[in-house]
Ligand binder design. Structure first.
Ligand code: DC
Length: 222
């Protein structure tokens, strides 16, 4: 029997990290839905398909087969049987994937794929429209939020850990607010809390505290 935990929320809310930790703790499968949009983007780039030409994109979708397989504990993505797990993380894909994820036919195809791949499975999935659109009947819905200031602080810390020290806190905060606005006002799959989602504001909470809180909610619903 399927069991779905949906974790939605804005960029930088920690949903990626939290979802991975919860999957391990609760023995649930995960699905990196962002990677799927990255696979489509890679295919369009490799085949020189202009993303503004929606009809060509729609045709291309018929030739795109995406699959995922766990290899040594890591989720790998296959595009038409080729392992593209590294190729989908390039700067080029980074710079086009957001636009591609806003194309309606792409979105519909990926949502169908996500539903198909989750059939009969026990999964925890993170994204922005998992609880509102992909799985409106999910067993548990969490909307993970944090103040823009907190998310900017986290991003600054991550940057410094990676040796990136040329982007100021103010610039990062501006970017976080810009992305929030784009995500929330998007015509396609806007970011919003499902009415029946439990809101968790992680501002001032540690990762462990957030994981423990969600774990308790999931266990109660299992
Ligand atoms: O999480 P990520 O950076 O791999 O996501 C890639 C892009 O896809 C990013 O622009 C957000 C978008 N995305 C989406 O629109 N819906 C999802 N469920 C997951 C990601």
């Amino acid at each position: 029997m399927s069991f779905i935990v949906a974790i939605d929320g804005p960029a930088g809310s920690g949903k990626g990290t939290i979802t991975k930790l919860l999957a391990q703790k609760l023995n649930l499968l995960t699905m990196d839905t962002g990677a799927m949009y990255r696979c489509v983007t890679l295919y369009l780039l490799k085949n020189n398909i202009n993303i503004e030409e929606t009809e060509k994109v729609e045709l291309a979708l018929k030739d795109i087969n995406i699959d995922m397989k766990e290899i040594a504990g890591v989720q790998n993505f296959f595009l038409n049987n080729k392992n593209v797990s590294n190729d989908i993380r390039t700067k080029e894909v980074d710079s086009f994937v957001s636009q591609v994820s806003h194309i309606v036919c792409v979105r519909n195809a990926m949502v169908n794929l996500q539903r198909k791949l989750a059939e009969g499975k026990q999964m925890i999935m993170e994204g922005r429209d998992i609880g509102t659109n992909v799985f409106p009947n999910a067993d548990v819905k969490i909307y993970l939020d944090a103040s823009a200031e907190e998310r900017a602080k986290r991003r600054l810390k991550q940057n410094l850990e990676k040796g990136i020290d040329n982007i100021s806190y103010e610039k990062i905060l501006e970017n976080v607010k810009f992305r929030d606005n784009n995500d929330k006002t998007s015509n396609v799959a806007p970011l919003k809390k499902a009415e029946d989602a439990i809101l968790i504001d992680s501002t001032g909470m540690t990762i462990d505290e957030v994981v423990n809180k969600i774990e308790k909610i999931v266990i109660k619903n299992m």
